[in-house]
Design a protein around this ligand. Sequence first.
Ligand SMILES: [Zn+2]
Length: 298
Amino acid sequence: MIMNLDILMSVKSIVVKITLVANCILLQLCYQNPCNHKNAPQVDRNISFVASGDTKDSSDIRKESNYIKKSFGKTVQGRDIVGYVFGNKGYPLTLILTVHGDERPAGLLIEMLVDYLKDNINEIKGQQVIVVPHLNSDGWANQTRTNANNVDINRNFPTGWSSEYSQERYCPGRESASEIETKVLIDILRNNPPDKVIVIHSPLHEINYDGPAIELAKEMQNYNRYPIVRDIGYETPGSIGSYIGKIMDIPVITLELSNDNADRVWKENKDALIAGICFETHKSAARGGGPSCGPGRK
Ligand SMILES: [Zn+2]
């Protein structure tokens, strides 16, 4: 009788386990996105592509007279991660991007930079520039810092990545490089190794830098007069700055704009950005550099 009871209990336990696994599969409860918080901003999964006026037809490479517009990948909500490629192959390359969709001054400034380069390409004398206006194009459309999975892309890179986070807005994802935006940027960096990178944020009003970038920071400061800050004041595990500066040893500027309107931040930073693009790093100088250029020199 006791033995029969044991067998009955075992069978019951197996049935319970099978039921749990079946539920887990059917209800997709096996894995919960750690960033799907109760209070996370809700996004409309059916939202149409409204991030930026001229990015609708960008799924194919489109060559204009002095730049190439292309999609580097697609987000979970189906938006293109659009990039603009300027300049001549073989010349020093600067990569410029934004990552947080709710930082409007940054997103608008970078769109103004693209328009400016289209019309004033002579000012950079053929230096190569890849501009990715909105790496987090879902966040830009939805006006959220995080991507559509509620992950902060700037905490998702494989550099000191940690599952710990202090606020929902910093949620780092289920593992490092779990997000498509992170993978796209890593691919861009591998396929087009830049001489320097400028990542634009707001609203801290400072120039932060990682890697061998102090001279680049000073050059940009000559034009925008922002304070240079070595340490942003809090830990940023898994950040783009750490990944590019520390892991890849590439000079990277985190340009934190003030929270002013787009026209004012453009006025403050246009020359600083052109100076950043034209700045010659030690590595590009050793390779023979490129033509010398600078703000206002056409
Ligand atoms: Zn930011």
